[in-house]
Design a protein around this ligand. Structure first.
Ligand code: PLP
Length: 388
C-alpha cells in the first residue's frame, strides 16, 4: 500500500494521539542522566505528576509498560502467600490477577459480567467477613478499558473504612489518569498505578506508581522478591532528581511537555471535555440503535465507549473496513468480547471536530460492513456538541 494522505485517526483507547508539542519535546537530544540539566527535568516532572495524581506523596517512574507498574505495586507491598481481593471487571482486571498469581499471591477473584464496575457493597461484605485480616490488599481498575465501565474508587474506599479493615487499596488508573477525575490522597489510595500512553498523551514506555505513606511502610516488611521494581533505591535517588538506573530520558521530555499542557488547560476542564465527548458518543450510539456495553449509568466511562454489535455480525470486520477506507483505528474486542464489540477511544489530545470525524468514520463503516443500524447518529452527536 502506498502513501496515505492526511492524518491517521488513532481512536483506540490507548495508545492515544500524541500531540505534536509532545513529539517535538521527545525529539530533543538525549542528555547525561547524571548531569545537572537532567535533575531539573526530573524534579519538574515529579512535581507535575503530584498535581495530576493529586498527591503530596511519592511518585515513582519506571521505563516500562503499565504491566510493569502493576507488578511494581504488588512486589513492593506484599509477601508470598498474601491474600489479595480482586474484581473481574474485564480483561485488564483478569490480566492483573494473572500477574498476582504468578508472583505467588493468593487471589480472591470476585466474578463479574464485564458490564459493571466494582460493587462497593461486595468489598464491604468480603472485608467484614475477613475476621483474621488475611486480605492484605484490595485492587480496583478505575477505568476498565476493555468494557468502558468505571469503578467508583471513592465508594470502594468508604466500603473498606466501614469494614474497618487495614487492607491496602491499590488502583489501576492507566486509562483514567488525566482523563477522569481522580484523587490519590483524598480518596485514601495506597498505590496508584499508571503509564504513559493513554490520558498522559505520550508514547508507551513509562510506568508510574503513586505511593501513600502507608504503602511505603508496608514496603519495609514486604517479602516478595524485587530488584528492578524496588521503590527504595528509586525514591532515594529521585529526591535529588536522579535514578538508580538509566531512565527513559526522551519520554521524560515528553512527559514534562504533556504535564505543562494538562496543567495549562486545567484538570477540571480536561475532565469536563472528556465527559462531554463521551456523552456525545453515547448519543450517537443510541441513535444508531446499537447497545452500549456498560450497563450502569453511574459507571459510563468518560474515556471510551464500548459498542455491542448485533448478533451474527463481526465487530472486527467493521474495524477492518474503517481502517482500510478511512484510515482510522478503532479498539478491538478483548478476550471473550472479541468480534462482539468495538471500542471508540475519546481520550487524550482530542477535540470536537476529531470526535465528529471519528463518529463519521464509524457511521460510514457500519453502512459498508452491512451492520443493521439507523442512520443519523452523527447528526445527533453534532447537535449535542453545537448546543453548548
Ligand atoms: C492499557 C492498560 C493496561 C496495560 O498497559 P500496558 O502498557 O499494555 O502494559 C492495564 N490496565 C488498563 C486499565 C489499561 O487500559
Amino acid at each position: 500500500m502506498g502513501y496515505k494522505s492526511g492524518r491517521h485517526f488513532l481512536q483506540i483507547p490507548g495508545p492515544t494521539n500524541v500531540p505534536d508539542r509532545v513529539l517535538r519535546a521527545i525529539s530533543q537530544a538525549t542528555i547525561d542522566h547524571r548531569g545537572p540539566d537532567f535533575s531539573q527535568l526530573a524534579l519538574e516532572v515529579f512535581h507535575g505528576l503530584q498535581k495530576i495524581f493529586k498527591t503530596t506523596g511519592t511518585v515513582v517512574i519506571y521505563p516500562s509498560s503499565g504491566t510493569g507498574a502493576w507488578e511494581a505495586s504488588l512486589v513492593n507491598t506484599l509477601s508470598p502467600g498474601d491474600k489479595v481481593l480482586m474484581f473481574e471487571t474485564g480483561y485488564f482486571a483478569a490480566l492483573w490477577r494473572n500477574v498476582a498469581l504468578k508472583l505467588g499471591l493468593e487471589v480472591d477473584f470476585v466474578p463479574g459480567d464485564w458490564r459493571h464496575g466494582v460493587d462497593p457493597t461486595v468489598v464491604e461484605k468480603k472485608l467484614a467477613a475477613d475476621r483474621d485480616r488475611k486480605i492484605k490488599a484490595v485492587t480496583v481498575v478505575h477505568n476498565e478499558t476493555s468494557t468502558g465501565a468505571t469503578s467508583r474508587v471513592q465508594e470502594v474506599r468508604k466500603a473498606i473504612d466501614r469494614a474497618n479493615h487495614p487492607a491496602l487499596l491499590i488502583v489501576d488508573t492507566i486509562s483514567s489518569l488525566a482523563s477522569i477525575d481522580y484523587r490519590h490522597d483524598e480518596w485514601g489510595v495506597d498505590v496508584t498505578v499508571c503509564c504513559s500512553q493513554k490520558g498522559l498523551m505520550l508514547p508507551p514506555g513509562l510506568g508510574l506508581n503513586a505511593v501513600s505513606s502507608k504503602a511505603l511502610e508496608a514496603s519495609k516488611s514486604a517479602r516478595l522478591p524485587r530488584s528492578y521494581w524496588d521503590w527504595e533505591a528509586m525514591i532515594r535517588d529521585n529526591k535529588m532528581g536522579f535514578f538508580p538506573y538509566t531512565p527513559a530520558t526522551n519520554l521524560l521530555y515528553g512527559l514534562r511537555e504533556a504535564l505543562r499542557m494538562l496543567l495549562d488547560e486545567g484538570l477540571d476542564r480536561v475532565f469536563a471535555r472528556h465527559l462531554r465527548h463521551a456523552e456525545a458518543t453515547r448519543r450517537a450510539v443510541r441513535a444508531w440503535g446499537l447497545e452500549i456495553l456498560c450497563l450502569n449509568l453511574d459507571e459510563y466511562s468518560p474515556a471510551l465507549t464500548t459498542v455491542v454489535i448485533p448478533e451474527g455480525h463481526d465487530a472486527d470486520a467493521l474495524r477492518k473496513v474503517v481502517l482500510e477506507r478511512f484510515d482510522m483505528s478503532l479498539g478491538t474486542g478483548l478476550g471473550k468480547l472479541k468480534g462482539k464489540v468495538f471500542r471508540i477511544g475519546h481520550l487524550g489530545d482530542f477535540n470536537d471536530l476529531m470526535l465528529a470525524g471519528t463518529l463519521c468514520g464509524v457511521e460510514m463503516g457500519l453502512s459498508l460492513a452491512g451492520i443493521p443500524y439507523s442512520k443519523g447518529g452523527v447528526t445527533v452527536a453534532l447537535d449535542f456538541l453545537s448546543s453548548r
